[in-house]
Design a protein around this ligand. Structure first.
Ligand code: SAM
Length: 170
């Protein structure tokens, strides 16, 4: 079982850097669908991802159809979009034999409308008030990813760690 975060044409390097850091910390594969709005060596992206960029398994895709062509019959794909009427919490992500792919839209225009309509049954919303247009992309990734990880009982992650200088222990 693996979790996959898929970013459709991300524009802002700091968002992708933050998401790369979250992926490194959760053993999640990061897929980037081109074109990107920045160079992968952008200093803002590197800074947001700090020293963690080398720890992330990054897979590049030329475009959305190329990414879709890599999916296997058993893979579970979800479109993460405010336009969905089903909540991301109303899905079971527990099956540890499956690959879960969470596809997020670009910061300005989200996912393409025709693609959304073709796969409407796969769309999931993060509940939100009407005071904002949408959540930030990297926050949206963290919200959905950690619900999947919670249901998977944080498999492969450390629930506790003994640090050399530990603020809670001697
Ligand atoms: C800044 S939002 C883009 C908003 C854009 N106007 C749109 O049409 O989706 C960037 C991405 O974050 C995710 N996102 C933000 N808020 C969300 C919400 N309430 N529910 C689900 N996804 C959300 C989506 O993947 C979205 O494409």
């Amino acid at each position: 079982m693996t979790n996959h975060v898929v970013l459709f044409e991300p524009l802002m390097p700091a968002n992708t850097g933050n998401i790369a850091r979250s992926c490194a910390g959760t053993n999640t594969v990061l897929h980037l669908i081109e074109p990107l709005g920045f160079q992968l060596d952008n200093k803002h992206m590197k800074r947001a991802g700090l020293d963690y960029w080398d720890e992330v398994n990054v897979v590049m895709h030329d475009d959305l159809p190329s990414f879709m062509a890599t999916l296997k019959a058993d893979d579970k794909l979800f479109l993460i979009s405010k336009f969905a009427s089903k909540s991301y919490t109303d899905v079971n992500y527990e099956d540890t034999n499956k690959n879960y792919y969470f596809l997020f839209g670009k910061e300005t225009t989200g996912l393409p409308e025709t693609f959304m309509k073709e796969h409407a049954e796969l769309a999931l919303r993060i509940p939100m008030s009407n005071h904002i247009r949408a959540f930030n992309l990297s926050n949206s990734v963290a919200i959905v990813l950690f619900e999947a990880l919670r249901q998977q009982k944080f498999t492969g992650m450390e629930l506790a760690h003994r640090y050399e200088h530990d603020k809670l222990k001697d």
